[in-house]
Design a protein around this ligand. Structure first.
Ligand SMILES: *Cc1c(COP(=O)(O)O)cnc(C)c1O
Length: 424
């Protein structure tokens, strides 16, 4: 199947007389004929659902669809994008370990890595994404266990050189984890460029309608966990009577460990109804993304031509610093998100945002409706000035998420808000 077909048909295959739409299995538990059956589920020697903290048939259909879209061997849905980032790393790292992350990532992820993981005894080094491979190598230590980056950074709108980060990872026998939230598999499939694990906040484009918070982790199945650096994958897991993930689950070792160990213990699994809503979003993802990219390119071209805008960051613009790299990694478009620095700094930015009538001022992005956000005073408020700079955020930076309205209406709204914010 190709992508437009996958989003509609993967994951759920109804048999004769069964519902055409994905059913919502709103049940915490599953019945079995014998205690022996359930014992085998606990031993992981038999497949099946046991308890909806670990798996559920509705969620599983969505997991299979996303795994197929990204070209992975398996996926695990989570209750948020934050939970996906956390579990993707905690499946690999423990106290005393270290990992490397590009600095151009989502603000919430910076907090998780720099503050909360530190409290767990896990150390993260943030690196400037344009650092050369040789310089990046100098940050790798004996206890380094993973490399992390974002395809299209929220909100800096930089495009990561995924192949360079994959080289850094693989030269050191480490897995590369890529947050592919903004690109979605419609624009980029990071596994094709060497990513070993792909994560998403499904809250954004995958859902698209602002109705569910969720996340997902996809396993490429390609990383060699038995290379000597990851004993937790090759030695018996005491919590499962000695299961050895690499031996018993082969290329699905990582995603199985993430589910049966981390998800079992942390419990950040989505409800069936949430997965049902996400599935509705996924069904139209391909057509929506195409239109988001089209509308955003028109808005970016308009903003680029006005003197009210000091700098604009949209890799789809031929003049953008990341345009060449976009042609390689996201050739069909650069998503619907545009960041721009308004002339007049923070004060003007706030006036502009408050003057918008159609675009909503929300803590959200990647929605079907056009929306705006001021990173420095909202999502990235907790970051220090240095962290803001590293994430590519200036005081006047506005993140504009272009929706699917008629382009004339979007442009008229922006024009009137520029005018109003200029006058007073
Ligand atoms: C929003 C976002 C997250 C966090 O996801 P939540 O669903 O809000 O927990 C992680 N990464 C990126 C790139 C995001 O945009």
């Amino acid at each position: 199947m190709r992508m437009n077909t996958k989003v509609l048909h993967e994951g759920y295959h109804p048999k004769n007389g069964e519902p055409r739409a994905l059913p919502i299995y709103q049940s915490t538990t599953y019945t079995y004929d014998s205690t022996e059956d359930i014992g085998q589920l606990f031993d992981l020697t038999k497949e099946g659902h046991m308890y909806s903290r670990i798996s559920n048939p509705t969620v599983q259909a969505v997991e299979e669809k996303i795994a197929s879209m990204e070209g992975g061997v398996g996926a695990l849905c989570t209750s948020s994008g934050q939970a996906a980032s956390m579990i993707s790393l905690l499946t690999i790292l423990k106290a005393g370990d270290h990992f490397i992350s590009a600095s151009t990532i989502y603000g919430g992820t910076v907090n998780l890595f720099a503050v909360t993981f530190k409290r767990f005894g896990i150390d993260c080094t943030f690196v400037a994404p344009e650092t050369s491979l040789d310089e990046l190598q100098q940050h790798v230590k004996p206890n380094t266990k993973a490399i992390f980056g974002e395809t299209i950074a929220n909100p800096a709108m930089t495009i990561l050189d995924i192949e360079k980060f994959a080289a850094l990872a693989h030269n050191n026998k480490l897995p590369l984890i890529i947050d592919n939230t903004f690109a979605t598999p419609i624009l980029c499939r990071p596994i094709e460029f060497g990513a070993d694990i792909v994560i998403h906040s499904t809250t954004k484009y995958m859902d698209g309608h602002a109705v569910q918070v969720g996340g997902v982790i996809v396993d490429s199945g390609q990383f060699d966990w038995s290379n000597g650096k990851f004993p937790e994958f090759t030695e018996p897991d005491a919590s499962y009577h000695g299961v050895v993930y690499t031996k018993d689950f082969k290329d699905a070792a990582y995603i199985t460990k993430a589910r049966v160990q981390l998800m079992r213990d942390i419990g950040a699994y989505p409800a069936a109804h949430t997965a049902f809503l996400l599935n509705l979003g996924l069904e139209t993802l391909a057509v929506r993304i195409e239109k988001h990219c089209q509308n955003a390119l028109e808005v970016a071209t308009f903003l680029n031509d006005t003197s009210d805008v000091q700098a604009i960051f949209y890799p789809g613009l031929p003049t953008d610093r990341y345009h060449e790299r976009m042609k390689k990694y996201t050739p069909k478009g650069a998503s619907g998100v545009i960041s721009f620095d308004i002339a007049g700094g923070k004060e003007r930015a706030i006036k502009f945002m408050d003057a918008l009538k159609l675009a909503s001022n929300v803590v959200h992005v990647a929605d079907i409706r056009t929306c705006v956000l001021h990173p420095a005073s909202e999502t990235h408020r907790q970051l220090t000035d240095d962290q803001l700079k590293e994430a590519g955020i200036t005081p006047g930076l506005i993140r504009l998420s272009v929706g699917l309205e008629d382009i004339e209406d979007i442009l008229e709204d922006i024009q009137q808000a520029l005018d109003v914010s200029r006058v007073s």
